[in-house]
Design a protein around this ligand. Structure first.
Ligand SMILES: Nc1nc2c(ncn2[C@@H]2O[C@H](COP(=O)(O)OP(=O)(O)OP(=O)(O)O)[C@@H](O)[C@H]2O)c(=O)[nH]1
Ligand SMILES: [Mg+2]
Ligand SMILES: [Zn+2]
Length: 322
């Protein structure tokens, strides 16, 4: 049978058979019919413990993956193999020195941040957008807790994303603002919410799906940080035909899997400008006649995006020295 991975904890995966699974296995486009939440799950393990993987990652399966599995009695089963992914969203795990696949086969990755508490973090979002592009996933931004007010400087940062054709949505899980837009955005799609802990990913999903009752938590008083309430990724069926993935909040997101020289190509508004710099290679930091610096000076590149680029570049260079 063909099944869809909803979640996985300690190598036990929640799998639901996909209607018309045989067709899914044969077609290139994975079109998944909506399945009512009452339909039963199979608790599956991986047959032989190891799943062949062409992509580097320490977790072989993530929510959104399609697998071939063999159901047994009492709602259990064995996973034989994973079907090819259309894409995946992964983050670099510093401790394990490997990629962690957060979700697979996504139509959209929503980078969620809070407007006020935890503080609005556009540099974090820039990094998520890079990770999404690396995994071949389209991205959007959701600024939640809009009831707390966005700092004034945030607006120009939002415009910079919009100019790059990255849609930005605003919501409040408390007032309900923005929920209709999220429903419209996600209809018929598989969409994962990803972001720092405490920004309200699970709260937004609870607001959208009142029967779900995901655990949510307060912020630590000292740091205005989340408390890492959600500890595993979970796919949820929404009655308007969406599949929504709640993911655990992270403290940081590292940019990896590219050279420091290549980083510029992941900032679309910088890309190509480096060819016009008089020095080659140009670090775009202090060289004269630097086209990137010029673009920052005359407002074509947002100064904070540029600052973020420099910081990520420093990190990649540091990593290359090792
Ligand atoms: N004012 C306000 N508070 C919110 C909003 N959304 C969530 N919160 C609060 O923010 C806190 C964190 O919410 P969660 O939904 O647990 O955040 P999360 O992003 O799922 O966090 P992790 O699971 O740790 O990644 C809770 O106390 C929520 O009540 C909102 O739109 N406005
Ligand atoms: Mg959560
Ligand atoms: Zn330059």
């Amino acid at each position: 049978m063909i099944g869809l991975i909803y979640s996985g904890i300690n190598n036990i995966y929640q799998v639901r058979p996909v209607d018309g699974g045989d067709d899914v296995a044969q077609s290139q486009d994975v079109i998944l019919p909506y399945q009512a939440p009452t339909e039963s799950f199979y608790e599956c393990r991986i047959k032989g413990k190891i799943l062949k993987d062409s992509e580097p990652s320490y977790n072989p399966l993530a929510p959104g993956d399609l697998v071939v599995f063999e159901p047994s009695d009492e709602g259990q089963g064995l996973i034989h193999r994973r079907l090819e992914r259309t894409n995946r969203f992964a983050r670099w795990n510093r401790k394990r020195e490997n990629w962690q696949t957060v979700a697979a086969n996504l139509d959209l990755l929503v980078a969620v941040v809070a407007a006020g508490k935890p503080p609005f973090r556009p540099r974090f979002v820039d990094r998520v957008l890079i990770a999404a592009a690396q995994g071949g996933v389209k991205a959007a931004v959701l600024v939640n807790k809009i009831d707390q007010g966005l700092p004034e400087w945030g607006e120009s940062r939002i415009s910079a994303w919009e100019e790059l054709d990255i849609p930005v949505y605003r919501s409040s899980a408390h007032t309900g603002e923005g929920m209709e837009e999220i429903r419209a955005l996600t209809a018929g799609k598989t969409v994962a919410l990803f972001g720092p802990s405490g920004v309200g990913k699970s709260s937004v999903l609870n607001r959208l799906l009142p029967h779900i009752e995901l655990a949510t938590g307060g912020l630590s008083e000292k740091y205005d940080r989340g408390r890492h309430v959600t500890n595993f990724g979970r796919l949820l069926d929404a009655p308007w035909g969406a599949r929504l993935v709640d993911t655990p909040g992270v403290r940081e997101i590292l940019v990896r899997g590219m050279s420091s020289a290549d980083l510029i190509h992941w900032f679309p508004e910088f890309s190509g400008l480096d060819e016009e710099c008089s020095y080659s290679p140009c670090s775009h930091r202090h060289e004269p006649d630097c086209a990137v610096q010029d673009a920052v000076d005359d407002g074509r590149i947002h100064p904070d995006r540029f600052e973020n680029y420099l910081r990520i570049r420093d990190e990649l260079e540091e990593d290359e020295r090792w």
